[in-house]
Design a protein around this ligand. Structure first.
Ligand SMILES: Nc1ncnc2c1ncn2[C@@H]1O[C@H](COP(=O)(O)OP(=O)(O)O)[C@@H](O)[C@H]1O
Ligand SMILES: CC(C)(COP(=O)(O)O)[C@@H](O)C(=O)NCCC(=O)O
Ligand SMILES: [K+]
Length: 285
């Protein structure tokens, strides 16, 4: 079994795959992202998820991790040898041969969640379809990233996140507060809550459609895959209220980042096996 961990700025999403070479997810969980969390606290929660699902943590044979929060990455790095000593560990960080060429000015600055999304989009959709992909990820920020038909990361756009925009409005105004992200009765809201729902949901959907249609000029015929955008629960196939209003989105894959982590693990463990064979062959000519 492969444990995939995506530690973002708002949540840590965890997925348990039956095997590294298949897309079957046995379970997904989310926890609040807190940079102060220690490795022991993280391990306690992770093992709680596993045992709650009837899985013995020693059955985990692989762990694949990314974090866009350095403190959490440090803690997760410590979790792996101590709590999953028998598993093969892969951390998605600069220098790892992910199989995703990063065709940008400075590959080291690209968020590893964006790299995992690119790997996930290529493995789940682009490779079989033979098309480029545009990934729309609704997280703390909203990202619109472009993957070529060959699986290369071409770059993208980073805009405000839905929650970040709501928080900013609630913080900077007296009358506005956070609202539930459900579509209002009409785009013409009849009260404060509906007016905010309209502005956020249709406004963000419009922004995403505008970014995607410009990106489609660069990669015509691309599939447009939406992911993220849930406040609670696991990435179990829900479609965010905003993604549902985007007319350019062709596919919804709640598990895109986790599938990308799985693909990177598969690739990296093959790379390691090959390196070991080379070392063996050269020491026994
Ligand atoms: N219905 C929704 N549609 C789009 N985005 C949403 C919705 N609900 C929540 N979000 C966004 O998703 C963010 C949480 O996503 P998450 O995957 O936890 O972020 P991260 O990967 O950055 O940790 C929230 O802060 C908010 O911006
Ligand atoms: C843009 C991000 C903060 C998005 O992370 P998230 O919204 O999922 O928390 C993350 O991808 C990141 O830290 N990127 C580094 C800058 C870059 O990708 O160019
Ligand atoms: K920052």
């Amino acid at each position: 079994m492969l444990l995939a961990i995506d530690a973002g700025n708002t949540s840590v999403t965890v997925g348990l795959f039956a095997a590294a070479d298949g897309e079957d997810l046995l379970g997904t969980w989310r926890l609040r992202s807190d940079p102060r969390m220690t490795s022991d606290e993280l391990a306690l929660i992770l093992n709680g998820f596993l045992t709650g699902a009837g899985v013995d943590p020693t059955a985990v044979t692989g762990v694949s991790v990314l974090s866009t929060v350095p403190e959490l990455l440090r803690s997760l790095r410590a979790v792996m040898p101590r709590y999953y000593p028998a598993a093969e560990h892969v951390i998605l960080e600069p220098g790892v041969k992910t199989g995703v060429p990063l065709l940008v000015d400075n590959p080291r600055e690209v968020g590893t969640d964006r790299v995992a999304n690119a790997a996930g989009a290529f493995e789940m959709i682009g490779r079989a379809a033979g098309t480029p992909c545009i990934v729309v990820d609704f997280g703390t920020s909203t990202r619109v990233d472009v993957v070529s038909a060959k699986g290369e990361f071409l770059g993208g756009a980073i805009a405000a996140g839905v929650g970040s925009a709501l928080d900013a409005l609630a913080e900077r105004t007296v009358a506005l507060r956070r609202v539930e992200l459900v579509p209002p009765r009409s785009v013409v809201g009849k009260n404060t809550v509906e007016a905010l729902q309209s502005g956020i949901i249709y406004g963000f959907a419009g922004m995403v459609d505008a970014l995607v249609s410009r990106a489609l000029d660069v990669v015509p015929g691309a599939r447009v895959v939406a992911t993220g955008g849930v406040d609670a629960g696991g990435p179990g196939g829900e479609v965010s209220a905003v993604a549902a209003e985007c007319s350019t989105v062709t596919d919804h894959r709640a598990d895109l980042t986790l599938q990308g982590l799985r693909a990177v693990h598969l690739r990296e463990s093959a790379n390691r096996a090959q390196r070991q064979r080379r070392v063996r062959d050269s020491s026994h000519p």
